[in-house]
Design a binder for this molecule. Structure first.
Ligand code: ADP
Ligand code: MG
Length: 290
């Protein structure tokens, strides 16, 4: 049985487009998302846990659409579909339509746009599971609790398990404007069958679900999830760089990473395990619920 979840006319400001001025000035876009799922349990139970919340899908789509600047609506629509499908494993298909009502074209029209349909990818499991390290940080709200909740979110991703956790560290803010609250940082080791891009999409979705905004670079945040290492993968695209380029310069990443890899060799990435530990203090906060 197939049911449909609908989001219509989500109005988002973003900077996609081939023209320079589109990238500089930005414009409004309209998104429709039509997702297919089996909602028969929710029809009987009346319980939100048995279906997918519109609010969560909407937040995830907004984050996927607005975090990067793409030339093409095709690419932006793909990012939205990938992120929504990898974040909500009970959706089996998503159709994403993006309209650009103010496209800079000398003609009269209501809107131009694209529509694409993507299915939950089974092919991603074909190569088996790989080890991945995700770095977590938060310094707004109940940060230690957010890290714990985001671990639960990671465990719920399709074909993904947490197989190791670091301690939770309290860290003096580094490389940002003074006066921010302290950070809480940790690393988790996952085994996942998700591809690097699908996993990044899922991480951005989890950040969005915890209220992450990006008002300016290095702004305080409710949750930051970085894909630090992905077994056997080196990538240097605009959207995703793996290993994460700033691991070696950040004690708040290296110290939790050393909990997982005490010898200083993490999935082929070597680091000096004798780092300066100033400003990074171990806490007793648990990272996983019992
Ligand atoms: P930071 O974590 O450096 O404070 P953000 O969390 O705002 O910055 O990340 C901005 C963008 O960095 C993301 O939208 C993502 O596309 C890109 N990015 C590139 N490589 C990675 C990676 N390895 N992990 C997470 N994000 C990455
Ligand atoms: Mg980040």
């Amino acid at each position: 049985m197939m049911d449909t979840l609908l989001i219509k006319g989500l109005r988002l400001f973003a900077y996609h487009g081939v023209n320079e001025e589109e990238k500089r000035l930005g414009q409004y876009f309209l998104l429709d998302i039509t997702a297919r799922l089996d909602a028969s349990s929710a029809c009987v139970s009346d319980d939100l846990d048995d279906t997918v919340s519109y609010a969560a899908v909407l937040k995830t789509a907004r984050s996927a659409f607005t975090t990067s600047r793409y030339d093409l609506l095709e690419r932006a629509a793909q990012a939205v579909a990938d992120t929504v499908l990898s974040t909500f494993s009970s959706l089996c298909e998503a159709t994403v339509r993006i309209l650009k009502p103010d496209a800079p074209i000398a003609a009269e029209f209501d809107a131009v746009g694209v529509e694409l349909t993507r299915r939950q990818s089974k092919a991603e499991t074909a190569e088996g599971h790989r080890c991945v390290v995700v770095g977590m940080g938060a310094n707004l709200g109940n940060a230690a609790d957010t890290l714990r909740k985001s671990c639960s979110n990671l465990r719920q991703l399709p074909n993904t398990d947490i197989v190791g956790t670091s301690s939770v560290y309290r860290t003096v803010p580094f490389g940002c404007a003074p006066g921010q609250p302290d950070y809480f940082n940790a690393c988790v080791l996952l085994k996942t069958a998700l591809s690097p891009h699908a996993l990044l999409g899922a991480l951005l979705g989890i950040e969005a679900a915890h209220g992450r905004t990006r008002p300016y670079p290095n702004a305080p945040r409710t949750l930051d999830l970085d894909l630090l290492l992905y077994e056997g993968v080196r990538l240097g695209t605009h959207e995703l760089t793996v290993p994460h380029p700033r691991i070696a310069e950040r004690a708040f990443v290296l110290i939790p990473l050393r909990d997982l890899f005490p010898g200083g060799c993490a999935l082929g990435f070597s680091f000096n395990a004798n780092m300066d530990e100033t400003g990074v203090t171990r806490t007793d906060y648990p990272l996983l619920y019992d």
